[in-house]
Design a protein around this ligand. Structure first.
Ligand SMILES: Cc1ncc(COP(=O)(O)O)c(C=O)c1O
Length: 479
């Protein structure tokens, strides 16, 4: 006989302290099991590969369900606890409307492009944008008008986007319908979004900010200001990257005074999203927001910032190690620590950290490695990391496999020969990379991380691209 468990007053008191409606609804569903004759067919983990069940534990399979069932509400249209959770998120982030995203910020960028841009429209986009924005533009047929941000040459990374560059483009192209900027960069370089938004307002064009890597900013005054407070119309946040939700779960916010068409965005999301949204992922978004608003979550964020400062101070004392810092003209997010050691490529440093010290960093480029100071890391983790880096910086690593000839961060100025969409849908052929110079790319070539494109459909393939294409034997080109 299935047991009915009723909520006690104590349960209610605890959950009302800081609301997390999807988490609560999932808990209630877990405690009040039904005879299940619906998807998912593993039926609360009863029909699943044993080793997998051992690995995950029973509970997680028990609550693996989708919307519509167990009074959990629906995602499209948002109803019940899901609707309430989205509203609470909007309130927490200071947005008019927040959409929970499955398939990450990628889904948010695709929905924004599909709903707000049209074939032939010109959209100002920073060249180092994530490939999801490009995919969105291929779908809609809008034309990117590239803005190449400043380059931080010593570090081989893209820097900030200048408001002046945006204004120049808006002055010379009267038909621009939107500005779409990524902020911060993967390595934590921050652009002056306030100035960019003022320029956009002056020219009457909406501003979208891909703040995938900045979802914590809203919750601590020692971090940069979120674009939602600086005049952006729409912002995407990968809560799963740094905000504490589960992989793949993100949010899309429409700002309070934006005139963007929320209904159109919602319709596009409905088309893009799975029709079986994972309640686990949705609950994790609800939980991440609640956690960031809670006292304990705020303590974790304070700790992450203090840890980042501790790490940076330790790294400053290592003579041949350098860290990317705020500089004249740009700021950085203190929790993203991009470092390099003289004489080692980033890829090589990454492999030494992993093989000799069991440390995994966020990513590595030809120059350096990116360390994220996360909510979940303890001070002892940073002590271990700083000790390891001290040791590496004072050791001769000649014996380690050499990884120096690869380039990973595309820093190229595009030579555009055809429109993005036209080239993507053109007749194509696959040719050896060795024969590709002088041909027009028909595909998006963008490795993750950081998902920034090496080549886009419609771009001329040049000798300059070759160091970035080590892992490619063949390329798809326009016939
Ligand atoms: C700037 C930027 N935007 C969007 C995305 C896509 O995010 P998600 O992985 O949440 O789909 C990424 C992913 O790395 C990114 O770096």
């Amino acid at each position: 006989m299935l047991k009915k468990v009723t909520k006690t007053n104590q349960d209610i008191k605890e959950t009302t302290k800081i609301k997390a409606p999807i988490v609560d609804a999932l808990k209630t569903a877990y405690e009040n099991p039904t005879y299940q004759f619906h998807i998912p067919g593993h039926t609360k983990g009863k029909a699943i590969f044993k080793d997998f069940k051992k690995l995950t534990g029973e509970k997680v399979l028990n609550i693996d369900t989708t919307d519509e069932f167990d009074n959990l509400g629906t995602l499209h249209p948002a109803t019940g606890p899901i609707k309430e959770a989205q509203e609470l998120a909007a309130e927490a982030f200071g947005a008019k409307k927040t959409f929970f995203l499955l398939n990450g910020s990628t889904a948010g960028n695709l929905a924004l492009a599909m709903s707000l841009t049209k074939k032939g429209q010109k959209i100002i986009v920073n060249r180092n944008c994530h490939r999801s924005i490009l995919t969105g533009l291929i779908i809609s047929g809008a034309e990117p008008l590239w803005v190449c941000p400043n380059r931080i040459e010593d570090w081989s990374v893209w820097g900030n986007v200048d408001a002046g560059q945006i204004e120049e483009l808006l002055k010379t192209h009267e038909d621009v319908s939107m500005v779409w900027i990524t902020n911060p960069t993967y390595e934590g370089v921050v652009s002056d979004i306030k100035s960019i938004s003022l320029v956009c307002k002056k020219y009457g064009v909406p501003l979208i900010v891909d703040e995938a890597h900045g979802c914590l900013w809203n919750f601590n005054k020692h971090l940069p200001e979120t674009a939602l407070k600086l005049g952006a119309d729409a912002v995407v946040h990968s809560l799963h990257k740094t905000g504490g939700s589960m992989s793949q779960s993100s949010m899309l916010h429409i700002s309070k005074d934006s005139c963007l068409d929320c209904n159109a965005v919602e319709k596009a999301l409905k088309l893009l999203h799975t029709t079986s949204p994972s309640l686990l992922l949705l609950a994790s978004l609800d939980a991440a927001r609640a956690n960031l608003q809670s006292k304990s979550g705020q303590k974790l964020l304070d700790r992450a910032i203090a840890n980042a400062k501790y790490l940076r101070t330790r790294l400053d004392a290592i003579p041949n190690l350098h860290q990317l810092k705020s500089d004249f003209g740009y700021k950085t997010d203190v929790t993203k620590v991009f470092i390099k050691i003289d004489g080692l490529s980033g890829k090589r440093l990454e492999s030494i950290l992993e093989i000799d010290f069991g440390i995994e960093v966020e990513s590595a480029s030809d120059i350096g490695v990116l360390i994220l100071c996360n909510l979940g890391n303890k001070r002892s983790d940073f002590k271990y990391l700083a000790d390891a880096l001290e040791s590496i910086a004072s050791t001769n690593y000649q014996d380690i496999y050499y990884l120096e000839n690869r380039k990973h961060m595309p820093m190229l100025e595009p030579k555009i020969m055809m429109s993005l969409r036209e080239a993507f849908y053109a007749e194509k052929e696959t040719i050896s990379k060795l024969d590709a110079v002088g041909r027009i790319s028909a595909e998006v070539v963008a490795e993750c991380p950081p998902g920034i494109s090496i080549l886009l459909p419609g771009e001329l393939i040049t000798q300059e691209h070759m160091p970035y294409l080590n892992d490619y034997e063949f390329l798809e080109v326009v016939k």
